[in-house]
Design a protein around this ligand. Structure first.
Ligand SMILES: O=C(O)CCC(=O)C(=O)O
Ligand SMILES: [Fe+2]
Ligand SMILES: [Zn+2]
Length: 738
């Protein structure tokens, strides 16, 4: 009797438990229907609602995900904030059945507490609260594809310290570092040398992961090429389509170490930003691989859904419209991109993007400019990398130039009433209204900036600083603020000073400011450098107290091509050493390493200005201008940047938007890189036109260099010279006897 008792009792007891579970499960599904309007399905499906498994029950995503994943591969897991349930969709119905059988009535430990899970089938998993957008066709994101241990193992397998960089074609690109296994991907021709395999194949540690990829049908054949990209916070990769002729259809990218946001763009303008969580696998096939570009905007923060819903299956939260977003600081992300080398030409269904089918390669950026060796070259360089750039960025530039600088104001206020002042290179005219007792006139090479001066009621005209159409000896004073550093030869800088001297009356004075090579002086770092460590989200408003205030605290100085190729400007090594005469692109907010360089300007979006509006709006504008004019007289007394009058910030004129559109759609213009967007992927309005990056040529002055330049002029004396927030400054006086 003994043995059968045990056999008999257990099934009875189990069925009692089963009944209890079923009762509770039914109760849970009634509650879901009554309180949440969720109806459960009588037949097995791939999707389940997990009662008691919600964030509202204190269950974390990781805890639930770990339990669910034991039953099979999870396609999506949706957890709404404060809800007492979660939804899970498995990749197969079999996995869902397994979860239904094994997890129903099971206790899940959540920190110190535990909850009992009740699972019911649902027909579909929808996410009504979050606006979502479809993922590009063919794109799949598999969360938690590797566990933390595997992640650590894979990261350890990548040896960045290796000195033999040829084995894995290791490269320190300016905006990320890369390592290739199997075959080198060459950024100069966007292709691979198929008959030159690298000595190092795909590391052994990757094989279990790849086998899982094949088993789960993410890829048909084992990949033979691996590119490891490592992105520090603030780094990224330009939008590109992986060359069709180089690789087969499926491309898989594993995200390790940190999450990021990858942006996918369709040629028709659609943009889908996808959060790639740490340890997730991104699979690009078909249209998403062949037609859509993918890229990562270099920035230090991303906007991600606040409740971290991560994968939404074949949709993704619409990061542009969602109201439930939070800032997520970027960490160091290492991605492993696995590809299969293609040995036959590509015959995909997307000929417009297919190099095998004759599609032209993406336009490459203009070649990097060199230091000019003659007058004509210098004029051309300045035309392309100074004049055109200021015209294109005029509105945005002006919106960041609010406050007159105290020592410039002091100079202007020291001039006797009635003095004639010429501001040569007056920009948006911010110094023209400082002292209303003066008879002030400005000139600038940029007609867009002169237009802004005119709109503000200032006297200004378009002119080159080397030949100002004013009579000799007609000015009591001249100022040249942040202008002469844009001349690209010593002769032209000398000529610019000479022109100022020509304009001065005998006894007249000129104030000159140029950007200093030394951004640290008397142990004081300039504001420009000090802002370097400020980690701020995109579109931080710039500091306002440097004439050379730069807008970028994020180190976003990268220059990417719109193709896959890396920085076509000369890529400076990590120490920014110059090895040829090509101009290097400066990283904003860092110390200068060279004296002649290109400084990026990240054009940012703003309100569009209604131009030519003669109605009410126009009148209001006039009134606004009037009140500004009144406040300008106050500025004569008040030179504190914090209290002096500012102008409307962030005003875009049509002209600059037109310029952006034009530069984006047509062939690239020198000085402008339209491929690197700086508009946040999350701003809806600005999304249509990616904001380009422009490069301005500068010659930064070393200590004593400006004085030397002035000393070469006859008939002038340097009255004083000083360093002011990263600028070298002199006050010149023209001799009385001239
Ligand atoms: O970092 C990634 O996930 C993508 C890398 C990539 O697109 C590439 O190397 O082609
Ligand atoms: Fe790629
Ligand atoms: Zn193709």
């Amino acid at each position: 009797m003994d043995a059968p008792v045990e056999n008999n009792v257990k099934p009875v007891r189990r069925s009692k438990e089963d009944k209890k579970v079923i009762r509770k499960q039914l109760k849970a599904s009634h509650t879901l229907l009554k309180h949440e309007g969720i109806s459960t399905a009588p037949q097995p499906t791939k999707s389940l609602v997990v009662a008691n498994g919600g964030l509202g029950n204190g269950v974390s995503r990781e805890e639930l995900s770990a339990a669910l994943k034991q039953m099979g591969e999870v396609d999506k897991l949706i957890m709404h904030p404060n809800k007492p349930y979660a939804f899970v969709k498995y990749r197969s119905e079999e996995s869902a059945r397994k979860a239904h059988i094994n997890l129903n009535g099971e206790k899940l430990q959540c920190g110190e507490n535990s909850v009992t899970l009740y699972l019911s089938y649902v027909d579909s998993v929808t996410c009504e609260e979050e606006a979502s957008v479809p993922l590009p066709e063919g794109l799949v994101l598999v969360e938690d594809f590797v566990c933390s241990e595997e992640e650590a193992l894979l990261l350890a397998a990548i040896d960045w310290s290796s000195t033999n960089t040829d084995v894995t074609a290791q490269k320190a690109l300016k905006h990320r570092r890369v390592k290739h296994y199997g075959f080198e991907f060459r950024y100069d021709n966007n292709n691979v040398d198929k008959d030159k395999p690298l000595p190092a194949g795909i590391p052994q540690e990757c094989l279990p992961v790849l086998e899982r990829c094949v088993k789960n049908q993410h890829i048909d054949i084992m990949p033979d090429q691996l590119t490891v990209n490592q992105y520090e916070s603030g780094q990224g990769i330009p939008p590109h389509v992986d060359t069709h002729s180089a690789f087969e259809d499926t491309i898989m990218s594993l995200s390790l170490g940190a999450k990021t946001v990858m942006e996918f763009r369709h040629p028709d303008g659609r943009l889908v930003a996808v959060v790639l969580p740490e340890r997730s696998l991104l699979v690009m096939k078909g249209e998403s691989r062949f037609l859509w570009t993918h890229g990562i905007t270099p920035r230090k923060f991303d906007m991600v859904p606040a409740c971290d819903p991560q994968s939404f299956g074949d949709t993704t939260p619409d990061l542009r419209t969602s109201s439930n977003l939070t800032l997520s600081k970027r960490g160091t992300r290492t991605s492993l991109t696995f590809r299969k080398i293609r040995n036959e030409p590509c015959c995909c269904a997307f000929p417009s993007a297919c190099d095998s089918q004759g599609a032209p390669p993406a336009p490459s950026p203009p070649p990097p400019p060199s230091l000019p060796c003659c007058h004509a070259d210098a004029a051309l360089l300045e035309e392309q990398y100074v004049h055109r750039v200021y015209d294109a960025i005029a509105s945005h530039f002006s919106s960041t130039r609010h406050s007159p600088w105290p020592r410039v104001c002091h100079f202007l206020c020291s001039l006797p009433p009635g003095s004639v002042l010429a501001d040569v290179g007056c920009g948006n005219g911010k110094y023209l209204g400082v002292n209303l007792e003066l008879s002030a006139v400005g000139c600038d090479r940029s007609s867009a900036l002169v237009q802004i001066c005119a709109e503000r009621g200032f006297q200004a005209f378009v002119s080159d600083a080397l030949s100002v159409p004013l009579r000799a000896a007609s000015c009591d004073a001249c100022i040249s603020i942040a202008v002469i550093h844009h001349f690209s030869t010593q002769e032209r800088r000398l000529a610019a000073v000479q022109e100022l001297v020509r304009l001065l009356k005998p006894g007249g004075r000129a104030l000159i400011y140029v950007w200093a090579f030394e951004q640290e002086y008397n142990k004081q770092r300039s504001k420009y450098l000090k802002d370097h460590n400020k980690e701020l989200p995109e579109n931080h408003n710039p500091a306002e107290n440097s004439p050379e205030e730069s807008q970028e605290p994020q180190g976003k100085s990268s220059v990417h091509s719109s193709s896959h190729s890396e920085d076509n400007y000369r890529t400076v090594d990590n120490n920014q050493h110059v090895t040829d005469d090509k101009l290097s692109v400066h990283t904003n907010r860092t110390a200068f390493e060279t004296k002649d360089l290109l400084v990026p300007w990240h054009l940012k979006d703003g309100k569009k200005r209604v131009e030519g509006d003669s109605g009410e709006g126009g009148k209001k504008d006039q009134q606004k201008e009037k009140s500004k004019k009144t406040s300008r007289s106050k500025a004569a007394l008040d030179c504190n940047p914090a209290t002096s009058p500012g102008f409307d910030s962030n005003i875009f004129s049509h002209s600059s938007l037109d310029t952006i559109a034009a530069t984006h759609s047509s062939k690239p213009i020198p000085g402008c890189d339209t491929s690197q967007t700086c508009s946040s992927a999350l701003k809806s309005e600005s999304e249509i036109i990616p904001a380009p990056v422009f490069h301005r040529y500068y010659h930064v002055f070393q200590q004593g260099e400006l004085e030397q330049l002035c000393a070469q002029q006859t008939g002038v004396t340097v009255q004083s010279s000083y360093h002011d927030q990263g600028n070298w400054c002199v006050i010149l006086e023209k001799a009385l006897n001239r």
